[in-house]
Design a protein around this ligand. Sequence first.
Ligand code: G6P
Length: 434
Amino acid sequence: MKIAVIGGGSSYTPELIEGIILRADQVKVDEIVLVDIESGKEKLEIVGALAKRMIQKSGLPIKIELTFDRIKAITNADFVLTQFRVGGLKARANDERIPLKYDVIGQETVGPGGFAKALRTIPVILDICKEIEEYSNDAWLINFTNPAGMVTEAIHKYTSVKAIGLCNVPINMQQMSATILEVDRKDVNISFAGLNHLVYATKVVVNGQDKMATLIDRIIEGRNMNMKNIHDAPWEEDFIKALQVLPCPYHRYYYMMDEMLIEEKEAAELRGTRAEQVQAIERELFEIYKNPTLDVKPKELEERGGALYSEAAISLITSIVTNDHAIHTVNVLNNGAISQLPDDVVVEVSCVVNSEGAKPIQVGKLPPELNGLIQQIKAFEQLTIEAAVTGNKQKALLALVTNPFVPSSKVAKQLLNDLLEANKDYLSKFSMEV
Ligand code: G6P
């Protein structure tokens, strides 16, 4: 089995390698090819050397190869994993800072920041998909590249590649629920429904018992349910009780927009935006990775938001390879799962996974308080994808106007101009003035 990792020089790669080593009894991997762009040479070499040491320590007969040749990596691959970031952390920092100028939340995956990231990323993923169609061994594409929901939807809309979008938020919500309820993660069954970074846990069952009310009570009492990269604003008691389901950590940007914006602006001034903080964490991480005696995933990687990402990825691959029909929460075509959404949009829902892929478990009709926000964000996503593929600035403007973070069409237009200007090296489909 050959796995190609696009964005192989990412600081997250040791996480993935660890996952492959831990699951080696279930999934026999022969070859891992880490591919990156030439400007990422140094990172690829450092992380590649660490990956080799980790594999050597494991004693597994897995070959690791490093390359800048994407076609070579994709040729005959059975799985292609995408974890690349077009424009790197510098572009992410722009996505986070530019909206703040207009008192709008700046975040890498949602709002105008996620919009800009989608414009940069979608044309690249579509090129990769053409190569997968032509050169791979009918490979599965497991996409982690953000914004994972929009990127996966674009793949389904414009290519024939077998793709599943993956995020670590659902598995982290399961883990955090387990910690709060003082049980094992595997005993916590959660039904998820929504969109990527907009997913709700609609049911939490432990050993046949509904634990949603207990969980909500404990969260109100102050138990933590968040990710490393998101400001930990506590949920408002009356709201969370009324909602009766668990929002994901990213919902804070929508339900506590005012508070999150104040915090973001303060952080940007005092400590830098998240991307600017991550740049510092990355520099340290790569220094640690360079140590020739290091042959395990270092603990310092936990400072990043990607916790449990390898567990989610490798257990998903295991289900595809072993046809075990396990449940995973992934990004797939809706196909009727959420009845108020079209079939051909991507949703993040609990799915049964086997060798044919991920089949969503029926959700049915969402209550209005969930449906309202989901409809709005899905409309924003559809417009963003269309803008990314066509370079149509009117669609791009409408996408921003549709996003709840953006207060007016005037601000949307200013934001669009600024984002297009800042990203002009990556947006060949757009010309400058709106
Ligand atoms: C979470 C999200 C990921 C995102 C990551 C960012 O884990 O689910 O989609 O990429 O955070 O973490 P970072 O450390 O880069 O801010």
